[in-house]
Design a protein around this ligand. Structure first.
Ligand code: AMP
Length: 129
């Protein structure tokens, strides 16, 4: 199903232009408009699912993750990459259409426990107990 009000559905249907990296009948991969790394590509299923927890069929999950390999090869991420799947409010997901971020093109530190989580320097402000 496609959600006519969803921006990523529109990208999947080519109703909105974007820099397509890879595409097949099930998924489309395109560069993030606000890249956090030299390579920052998003992979989405063309069907609408709000997030990875939204009863995404296993076949669709497989198509999305198979596309990770394609994107990594196209982008030359021989030295590694990071996958990120923000899911729901607690993870600050901003576009409610399941997507996998593929980040790479340079070294990335591991997420710093000083920045978020119960050990963060501003843990109370962030609402952790
Ligand atoms: P998330 O916060 O995990 O939901 O990530 C959504 C991502 O989509 C952000 O990194 C945005 O920069 C990116 N984004 C939103 N709209 C577009 C668009 N039209 N084209 C490319 N990237 C987009």
């Amino acid at each position: 199903m496609i959600d006519k009000d969803c921006i990523f559905c529109k990208i999947g249907a080519h109703e909105i232009g974007t820099k397509v990296v890879y595409e097949n009948d099930y998924v489309i991969a395109f560069d993030d408009m606000e890249p956090l790394m030299p390579v920052h590509t998003l992979i989405i299923p063309k069907e609408h699912y709000a997030n990875v927890g939204d009863n995404v069929p296993e076949e669709t999950l497989g198509k999305v993750f198979a596309a990770v390999r394609e994107v990594a090869a196209i982008k030359g991420l021989d030295n590694g990459y990071r996958l990120l799947i923000n899911t729901g409010e607690d993870a600050s997901q901003s576009v409610p259409h399941f997507h996998v971020h593929v980040l790479g093109g340079g070294w990335m530190p591991r997420p710093n426990d000083q920045d978020w989580g119960p050990n963060a320097t501003n843990a109370a402000e962030l609402g952790y107990k």
